[in-house]
Design a protein around this ligand. Structure first.
Ligand code: NAD
Length: 402
């Protein structure tokens, strides 16, 4: 990916413009700083032994996918191919955060002599799968790890060309619960009507396991999966307060399908590789901030995890996933359902009991006192490169240039 620093800079002082669960601006230098901070964390933790050397990350520009790419490159010394769907700067507008992140990652990797290939386009399409296969053949040969970390509200099916839209709804019953209006900073009641059968099918078509399976099929057919390849897709379970809208809702059905896809992939690979689902901790990302109830839950959870000194973000989670699960030098530890659990700290009984207690108490008046909503807000704008120490936010910058 290239940035255009030669054009007459439409120099902008870039400020966050938050609209609900999205920020419509992003700061190039802040995003770069974010990537560098994650790289520094991984370097400080040290190299991971017996780790992969050629890694494909699908959904590599933000959140868990970006952290996976950073751990692969800077913790394992791996060559990486990152696939994502991001917007470059256009007409003086800022690029999307994931676009800046990917440019910053590529630069940092290349500075250390690490091959990094960015593929920006629709991962659900056959074209992008083919482009990725070609890039692997030319630059990497074969891959020994495939991370599947897509989060998308929409998918154009590559065969039928149907457009599928996912919805976040409960199944079988109306859901009434506390939620947080993050703009107005108000704790209020939310009511969501149950999903129709079509809603359930649509959501599974977007966030289910079919696309992961299609990726593995395409890579296998092209002969670019190394013997012993590992592939991992990310999922979430969380506590009971979120179950009606998450685990037992439309997204939960889709995530169950991801687990079934892991079984199907394992059968197809027939011992020449292994597919895993990793259950990760709730963290602040563009995807999680769009789920009702979750920002309030995260604000309370972070308070408890921080007090217990066990608060982790994407990079800490993924470093542990690689070092203590996928490449721990033993067989990969899994739960009774065969899933990797890196949500162990979040799901500690004492953490959940404390969050449950706060959940029953929380209201608008005591939100800031008993929760980490202030931390949530900081983490949210940080996703878009704002609020990072060391970045001069008053200085005009060219949004097309990094
Ligand atoms: P995110 O929004 O930060 O990242 C999504 C990634 O998908 C980005 O790189 C984006 O560019 C890419 N993407 C979206 N649509 C695409 C398309 N059509 N083509 C190519 N790339 C596309 O999301 P995240 O929160 O890091 O989620 C990643 C995975 O982790 C998801 O499966 C999610 O369910 C899981 N997970 C998230 C949490 C959480 O709290 N955020 C917790 C557990 C598991």
């Amino acid at each position: 990916m290239t940035t255009n620093c030669s054009t007459e800079p439409p120099s902008l002082v870039i400020k966050p413009r938050v609209r609900g669960f999205i920020c419509v601006t992003a700061h190039p230098h802040g995003c770069q700083e974010n990537v560098h901070n994650q790289i520094d964390y991984v370097k400080e933790k040290g190299p991971i032994a017996d780790s992969p050397k050629n890694v494909l990350v699908i959904g590599a520009s933000t959140g868990y996918g970006l952290a996976s790419r950073i751990v692969a490159a800077f913790g394992c010394g791996a060559k990486t191919v990152g696939v994502f769907f991001e917007k470059p700067s256009d007409g003086g507008k800022t690029a999307s955060a994931g676009w800046y992140n990917s440019v910053a990652f590529e630069k940092a990797a290349k500075t250390e002599g690490l091959c990094a290939i960015n593929i920006n386009g629709d991962a659900f399409s056959d074209e992008i799968k083919q482009q990725t296969v070609e890039a692997i053949k030319t630059e990497l040969g074969k891959v020994d790890l495939v991370v599947y970390s897509l989060a998308s509200p929409r998918r154009i099916h590559p065969v039928t060309k149907a457009v599928h839209n996912s919805v976040l709804k409960p199944i079988g019953q109306t859901f009434c619960a506390k939620t947080l209006d993050t703009d107005k900073e108000v704790v209020k009641q939310i009511t969501i009507e149950p999903a129709s059968q079509e809603d359930i099918t649509e959501t599974a078509a977007v966030m289910g396991g079919e696309d992961w399976e299609m990726w593995i099929d395409a890579l296998e057919k092209a002969g670019v999966l190394a013997e012993g390849v590992k592939t991992v897709a990310y999922s979430y379970i969380g506590p009971e307060v979120t179950w009606p809208i998450y685990k037992d809702g439309t997204i939960g059905v889709a995530k169950l399908d991801v687990e079934k896809a892991a079984d199907r992939i394992n059968q197809k690979l027939a011992g020449s590789g292994t597919a895993y689902v990793s259950i990760n901790q709730a963290v602040v990302t563009q995807a999680s901030s769009a789920i009702p109830v979750v920002p309030l839950y995260i604000s309370l959870l972070f308070r408890i995890l921080r007090e217990k000194n066990i608060l982790e973000g994407c990079i800490e989670q993924i470093y542990r996933l690689f070092a203590e699960r996928l490449y721990a030098g033993t067989s990969v530890p899994v739960d009774e359902a065969g899933r990797i659990r890196i949500d162990d700290l979040e799901m500690k009984p004492e953490v959940q009991a404390a969050v449950k207690e706060l959940w029953s108490q929380v209201r608008t008046e005591n939100l800031k006192e008993i929760s980490d909503f202030e931390v949530y807000k900081k983490e949210f704008v940080k996703l878009f490169g704002f609020g990072l120490p060391g970045v001069d936010y008053e200085k005009p910058v060219n949004p097309a240039c990094l």
